[in-house]
Design a protein around this ligand. Structure first.
Ligand SMILES: NC(=O)c1ccc[n+]([C@@H]2O[C@H](COP(=O)([O-])OP(=O)(O)OC[C@H]3O[C@@H](n4cnc5c(N)ncnc54)[C@H](OP(=O)(O)O)[C@@H]3O)[C@@H](O)[C@H]2O)c1
Length: 133
């Protein structure tokens, strides 16, 4: 992600506009025990995206961080566990397109999982640890 975005920024600056969309995940809101390394990489993407959004906003370069829950794909087809509120690729694309058109900082979906992930991120670890499988 960094190897793609960092070289793109000077090109966008030269052009005087641009929109960078980074794919993080709701799994990046907190470290999840089923995929701790995955959660860590997605948290890094989200935090980096928030940082460059603020840095680039006066240069007419937008940055949005996409935080999906579960979307049907070859990656999730291989998951052995239950994936609540999993949406189709087409539905995910619609939501992402709409969020990008509105220049949202964070595009989080589906909303029930997004609310759950947000609450988990606010709870002290001593509470949230026991709630996760
Ligand atoms: N699906 C979900 O529920 C979900 C939820 C949250 C976030 N995400 C994120 O969304 C993104 C896409 O996920 P997905 O579910 O669509 O995964 P996927 O079905 O496994 O597809 C991954 C895609 O990335 C390409 N790819 C992998 N390594 C690459 C590389 N080194 N260089 C260029 N392309 C590469 C693959 O290309 P090939 O087809 O050629 O192998 C494939 O098209 C990922 O960042 C994932 O973490 C997905």
């Amino acid at each position: 992600m960094l190897n793609t975005v960092e070289p793109a920024i000077p090109l966008f600056r030269q052009r005087g506009r641009g929109h960078i969309a980074l794919t993080s995940s709701l799994a990046g809101c907190r470290g999840f025990p089923v995929a701790p390394s995955y959660s860590a990489t997605k948290a890094a993407i989200r935090v980096y995206g928030e940082g460059i959004r603020s840095r680039l906003r006066r240069e007419n370069i937008a940055v949005s961080v996409i935080n999906p829950g579960f979307v049907k794909s070859s990656m999730t087809d291989a998951n052995p566990y239950y994936m609540p509120f999993r949406v189709s690729g087409e539905r995910a694309a619609q939501i992402i397109k709409h969020g990008l058109a509105k220049n949202k900082a964070r595009i989080c979906f589906p909303w029930p999982l997004a609310v759950g992930a947000f609450i988990l991120s606010l709870l002290p670890p001593s509470w949230s640890t026991g709630l996760l499988p």
